[in-house]
Design a binder for this molecule. Sequence first.
Ligand SMILES: [Zn+2]
Length: 218
Amino acid sequence: MDTYENLLAGNKRWVKEKLSQDPQFFERLAKGQSPKVLWIGCSDSRVPANEITGTNPGEVFVHRNIANMVVHSDMNLLSVLDYAVNILQVEHVIVCGHYGCGGVKAAMTSEQYGLVDNWLRHTKDVYRLHNQELDAIADEDKRLNRFVELNVIEQVFDLSKTSIIQNAWHNRNEPIVHGWVYDLRTGIIQDLDVSLHSKSKLPPIYNVSGKVVAGEDM
Ligand SMILES: [Zn+2]
């Protein structure tokens, strides 16, 4: 059986298993979703949000892209974030990076990989912000691991700079924005302890006032 057919056969096995544990599983899920968590992770096939957190369909709203970036002009990310925060009213937003990330590693080099180089320029900006600390780490693997962590931390800040998150904090003191790193070698997730639920740690230039200004000056 080839890979393609394996996927369909795997789906049949999965449906059977779920129904044997809970005959109403799909019926219930079909009625709607109310996940409490938005996950922003890497597209890497080894970091599936539900599986590594032991959660079921319906529990985590997911956005993934290469190197788990929060890019302010990315309509996909912004639409997912706005829907999750304002319609689903999630309580937590988690940025989860992973050690050994190929995207972050590529951002450390001057190699060309094609179109993705443009995407990873945002990741290079993170390196530039922290180049003193990163350049001082001689071991390349250790430098990459630290870059992965710093990239997650910057994405947590980038989420917090959005009007979507700041308006939600103003209106309902949620969601809490977290930064995690997954270790491919152990399967363990580490909480980087950089959670934010107010703009107090943001430079004032990023503060968003509580209302939209009517005017034509922009
Ligand atoms: Zn990755």
